[in-house]
Ligand binder design. Structure first.
Ligand code: NAI
Ligand code: MG
Length: 360
């Protein structure tokens, strides 16, 4: 049987950018003999409109069965007033939680043609290709106790940074596995100088690293890591970090490379029976209500998310390279959606023209 993909376009520009991914999937079937069983369903506001839920149980069950889920984006002003329990983002949170997607992969890659777009000097980012692995299901965003309590005559806000050895170990393993397919370097970031969880983090990562003798492991305090990311980002290959630091460091790394419309991501969980990891691929951007329905959205973030699926779910590294090279070529040829226009006098292409340009 062909590998299976569940497409959840979602809201706003989600369906627009996903239409371009569908073209690309069709292209791989026709031209490369690489076929997938593709099904499609609702998530977010679109699911709420039909089911009064941001993710129906049947959709959740399908997501658990397929080899990979591709998601567009969720949310929009029409749903801002909804009760928290049925907000569009809850659909996404449910997917991440029930699929137990503990390893969030955020590449920061600089396409030469867009190097001028970076907030940094061109020579600092040209050729940049790093990957941040963020632990996604534990840490201070989930740790107990939490809450706002009365203490004496004032209130105290409490969150708890908490990591078990096995949570650290599985995130670390995914970073080392990735490094084996890339530049064979892992830099682990925590605050072992001031945090107990950081001490344990460093110890467990060091232990897991012994299973990967080919991978060079280094450790860095996360605050220094933030500084190094903007000072000399090319020193890194894979950066491994926890949920909180990863949230911040990955947004920081994102801005090294320019537009939100270019950034893909993957969230991976434990291997399934067929050996493939549970996996959800999605662009970093949201539903962009300000440009939705106008054919202006840049589909590249979503297209590159599919390239990550080819690489990490379907073991098609060479085909992923092919797709990434096609994106690089289109950019080098000067094809630009509106978000990538730095100067006057260049006509932007539409979402669908960008998708067409990538496959031709
Ligand atoms: P956003 O990422 O949707 O948009 C931020 C800005 O970037 C906007 O000006 C938008 O036009 C632009 N932009 C984003 N993606 C683009 C693309 N592919 N091509 C061209 N321009 C692009 O973030 P915002 O405005 O904070 O949130 C809008 C909605 O999306 C909210 O309802 C929010 O909750 C939701 N959201 C959903 C996410 C998800 O589904 N994972 C992530 C972030 C926000
Ligand atoms: Mg963030």
């Amino acid at each position: 049987p062909n590998p299976s993909i569940l497409i959840l376009p979602g809201d706003g520009i989600g369906p627009e950018v996903m239409a371009e991914v569908r073209k690309i999937i069709a292209w791989f079937g026709d031209k490369r003999g690489l076929r997938f069983d593709v099904s499609e369903d609702l998530v977010g506001g679109a699911a709420y409109d039909k089911h009064r839920l941001p993710l129906a149980d049947e959709t959740m069950a399908k997501a658990q069965e397929v080899d990979a889920v591709l998601l567009g984006a969720v949310g929009g002003p029409a749903y801002d007033g909804l009760d928290f329990s049925v907000k569009p983002e809850r659909g996404l949170l449910r997917l991440r939680k029930e699929m137990d997607l503990y390893s969030n992969l955020r590449p920061a890659q600089c396409f030469d043609a867009l190097a001028d777009f970076s907030s940094l000097k061109k020579d600092i980012v040209a050729g940049l290709d790093i990957m941040i692995v963020r632990e996604l299901t534990s840490g201070v965003y989930f740790g107990e106790p939490r809450g706002i309590i009365e203490e004496g005559n004032e209130r105290v806000g409490i969150n708890t940074q908490r990591y078990t050895e096995s949570e650290i170990e599985r995130a670390a393993r995914s970073a080392f596995e990735l490094a084996m397919r890339r530049g064979k370097k892992v830099c682990s970031m925590e605050k072992a100088n001031v945090m107990e969880s950081g001490i344990l983090w460093r110890e467990v990562v060091t232990r897991v690293g012994k299973d990967y003798p080919e991978v060079g492991l280094s450790h860095m305090y996360a605050d220094n890591g933030a500084m190094q990311l903007v000072r000399a980002p090319k020193q890194f290959d894979v950066i491994l970090t926890d949920n909180l630091f990863g949230d911040i460091l990955s947004d920081c790394a994102a801005m090294l490379t320019g537009s939100l419309g270019m950034l893909p991501s993957a969230s991976l969980g434990a291997p399934m029976e067929n050996g493939r990891p549970k996996a959800l691929y999605e662009p970093v951007h949201g539903s962009a209500p300000d440009i939705a329905g106008q054919g202006k959205a840049n589909p590249i973030a979503c297209i590159l998310s599919f390239a990550m699926a080819l690489r990490y779910s379907f073991d098609q590294g060479a085909e992923a390279d092919r797709l990434e090279a096609a994106v690089e070529k289109v950019l080098a040829d000067g094809v630009r959606t509106a978000d990538l226009l730095a100067s006057e006098g260049v006509e932007p292409v539409s979402t669908s023209q960008m998708g067409d340009a990538v496959i031709t």
